[in-house]
Design a protein around this ligand. Sequence first.
Ligand code: ADP
Ligand code: MG
Length: 241
Amino acid sequence: MIQIKDIIFKYKDAEVLKNINVDIKEGESIALIGPNGSGKSTFLKLLNGIIFATKGKYYFNSEEIDKKKMENSNFSKLFHKKVGFVFQNSDAQLFCSNVYDEIAFGPRQMGMDDKEVDRRVCDCLRLLDIEDLKDREPYNLSGGEKKRVAIAAVLALNPEVLILDEPMNAIDPKGKKFLRELMIKLNNSGKTIICSTHDFEYVQGIFKRVLVFAEDHSIIRDDDYDIVINDNSFLIENNIK
Ligand code: ADP
Ligand code: MG
């Protein structure tokens, strides 16, 4: 489904992704781990077509994703319908005056009729257990509530791939358990999950595979999640634990 071939990404002269090669199949659940600044968020932005490789290629369902294609609004709409991205900072994602409109935004952009929009919004409100927030202003919600609204807004388009950047950050334990259950449920229903995290306690059982980013911005290990997470000396050596 996703192929990343020899990708290098630079901000000005600084190389922040180095020789990245990754293949991801439909239905996988993959964690991205690594020290701060190792390139996890940059990699996720690249997968989501927000930034583009300085060198190398990104294919989604065998189609190359590049700047030129993403500048075509029909193409990028279709792409964003398939690949949903939950930002690390919910404030960067939420901009509507109430929760209902926030979740309805994507479906409306896709030109769905009011009935279909309403059906999707109600489904997602229920799935995230935020029905009582539907008339609230996103801006005034707690961090955990904002995260749920942001996820609902992304799921309203029923994407094939769900990309999340540190979703457990600044969420209370109950919220983390809820998110964990949700991610497992979504993956079991066939969605591909790609998620950066450094919260190993609350993500147990979500991921089958892990990509480990190193301080030199390369991927140093691509392996079974449970094996890596129990390899204490490896995690300590690489400034992950
Ligand atoms: P991580 O998510 O693993 O903490 P990031 O992908 O956010 O790492 O950052 C990787 C590197 O890219 C860091 O060195 C960071 O300082 C740099 N970086 C991130 N965003 C920008 C930007 N907009 N301009 C310049 N450098 C950036
Ligand atoms: Mg990050």
